[in-house]
Design a protein around this ligand. Structure first.
Ligand code: G3I
Length: 401
């Protein structure tokens, strides 16, 4: 990426304020005036947000005390994967997202399975709800995703062939990314393409896309995405690259190999998503930070794209589980946010009631997981403060690429 486009993308991509003195000046002015209007989006309320009524002790998490405002003050975008139906039908859920997020993504509504009822038709109803909610609330929007081996529509396996898959992929990206062109912060163009255990030298997963399009399918998708939406930050997104163990290290190396190959071939890419589905009590450290540095050396940003903290290795006492999850949130975010390449943090859901972890990878004792910032009744947990403190501790690193 050249210097000019890097600056343009960075400015467009963030609600961030540039420079410590400017940040302090604005925060000082904000505090003095008792409102957050100088920080774009901070303190913005619509439709009677039940702010203080939802606030836990200790402390307020609304208005200037929100994650959204603390993120912005630290040069970050932050928010949640959301469900459009809940944005429409659950006022408390919508109010939390409105107040706490400056970046949202659809948990499922922009996947092939959701958008493609048939090989020849599209259904954008839910995705459009998300776009209009975000734009009315002055939030940025991530798109997830344009290509994945899971959540393909039922018709896919009988319709897609080696003869038509490339065209099917390109026209999907042209239609979907093209529809929202100029309105997206970023797109997860390719999701989870690396699977070292599949045994290929290039690390690529044995997926339908590989079998049908060929081993250049990642490149095909990124080129189509840039053509359809020249402004969105194009992201490669993956999991299992966070932990300090040999398996995650091998996957980190395979992802870097692919990214370097993409750079050599001038494939358009701007960022890497580190999903961050992590475990309470596990250790994260040097391997992840080396990876982020290597990604930065390729002139790419890093987004934490799907963070949650499972407690499946812990006993059943809720207090202990919650404390360990909050501590892991804080330690992990403090670690990764110490790197200036990391510019966004997205949590994979709002409330424990809706987490995917209760359907996949659930606890052996059958108790519901407690991996998110708000509990099953949409009450804030101590995680909110743990996260906010991690955002605050970033102040000074300026959060820019
Ligand atoms: O929408 C249908 C509904 O009509 C049906 O009645 C119901 C019956 O099971 O299923 C509903 O679809 C479910 C969908 O979530 C929406 O709730 C699917 O069964 C279920 O498999 C799907 O799970 C999603 C999962 O991706 C699919 O692989 C999770 O919500 C979603 O959180 C999860 O997200 C992924 C990211 O996209 C990529 N990274 C990993 C992450 C966690 O697996």
């Amino acid at each position: 990426m050249n210097e000019t486009s890097s600056v343009v993308r960075d400015v467009r991509g963030g609600e961030s304020l540039r420079g410590t003195s400017r940040r302090h000046m604005l925060l000082g002015a904000t505090a003095a005036m008792g409102s957050a209007w100088l920080l774009p989006g901070c303190g913005f309320r619509s439709g009677g947000v039940p702010g203080p009524a939802l606030a836990p002790s200790p402390g307020d998490i609304w208005g200037t005390a929100s994650l959204r405002c603390h993120a912005a003050a630290s040069g970050l975008l932050a928010g949640f994967a959301v469900v459009p139906w809940l944005l429409r039908n659950n006022a408390t859920y919508a109010a939390i997202v409105q107040e706490q997020a400056n970046l949202i993504v659809a948990e499922n509504a922009m996947k092939w399975e959701s958008l493609r009822p048939s090989a020849t038709t599209y259904n954008f109803d839910s995705a459009d709800v998300l776009l209009s909610f975000a734009e009315q609330g002055r939030m940025k929007i991530r798109g997830h995703n344009l290509l994945w081996h899971r959540q393909l529509p039922a018709w896919f396996s009988s319709v897609a062939t080696q003869a038509n898959a490339r065209q099917l992929l390109e026209s999907h990206i042209e239609t979907v990314a093209g529809r929202y062109a100029g309105r997206m912060h970023s797109w997860d163009v390719v999701n989870e393409a690396i699977q070292v255990s599949d045994g290929r030298p290039d690390g690529l997963r044995d997926s339908p896309w590989l079998r049908l399009v060929g081993d250049d399918y990642v490149e095909v998708a990124f080129r189509a995405a840039r053509k359809a939406d020249p402004q969105a930050l194009l992201t490669y997104n993956d999991y299992g690259i966070e932990a300090e163990n040999a398996q995650d290290e091998a996957k980190r190396q395979a992802v870097l190999l692919m990214l370097r190959r993409m750079r050599t071939r001038r494939v358009p890419i701007d960022a890497v998503g580190v999903q961050s589905h992590i475990s309470a009590g596990a250790k994260y450290g040097a391997g992840l930070m080396r990876f982020i540095t290597s990604v930065r050396e390729l002139d790419l940003q890093v987004f934490v794209t799907e963070m949650d903290v499972n407690d499946r290795n812990l006993g059943s006492a809720v207090e202990e589980r919650d404390a360990a999850v909050a501590q892991t949130y804080h330690e992990y975010l403090h670690l990764v946010l110490s790197h200036p390449a990391v510019t966004a943090v997205v949590f994979w859901g709002v409330s424990d009631r809706d987490t995917w972890l209760n359907h996949e990878d659930s606890r052996a004792d059958g108790r519901p997981e407690r991996p998110l910032l708000f509990d099953a009744n949409l009450k804030p947990k101590q995680d909110v403060f743990a996260v906010r403190n991690a955002f605050d501790r970033r102040t000074g690193s300026k959060g820019r690429v």
